[in-house]
Design a protein around this ligand. Structure first.
Ligand SMILES: [Zn+2]
Length: 107
């Protein structure tokens, strides 16, 4: 298991447009389609320039999708092409490769 550094401060930040401050934000995993606390998910982000990356800080600008830190969820998301769906564009293979490595844990 690889631990992802996640500053506690992040749970208090107000980046979401709604006035949710102390409630733990939850997001839908694109793999298992379950609501999970944001800090348990990995964010995949597309920058305004159209570049995909894995955002471990949750602070990168751009449109994001969330996935559990689990290879199974990645597989499900890949199979169902949910990344393509949520970004409405083709996803470079390199993005999947990077995700696979990131979510593979000790592999
Ligand atoms: Zn999941």
């Amino acid at each position: 298991m690889k631990l992802i550094p996640y500053p506690v401060m992040n749970t208090l930040r107000k980046s979401d447009s709604m006035a949710v401050v102390k409630k733990i934000p939850s997001r839908l995993c694109i793999g298992c389609q379950q609501q999970k606390p944001k800090r348990e998910l990995v964010r995949i982000v597309r920058s305004p320039e159209g570049e995909f990356s894995i955002d471990l800080t949750g602070k990168k600008p751009g449109r994001g999708a969330y996935i559990c830190n689990s290879p199974e969820c990645l597989q499900k998301a890949v199979k169902a092409r949910r990344l393509e769906q949520s970004f409405k564009s083709a996803i470079d293979k390199a993005v999947y490769e990077a995700l696979k490595q990131e979510l593979a844990g000790e592999a």
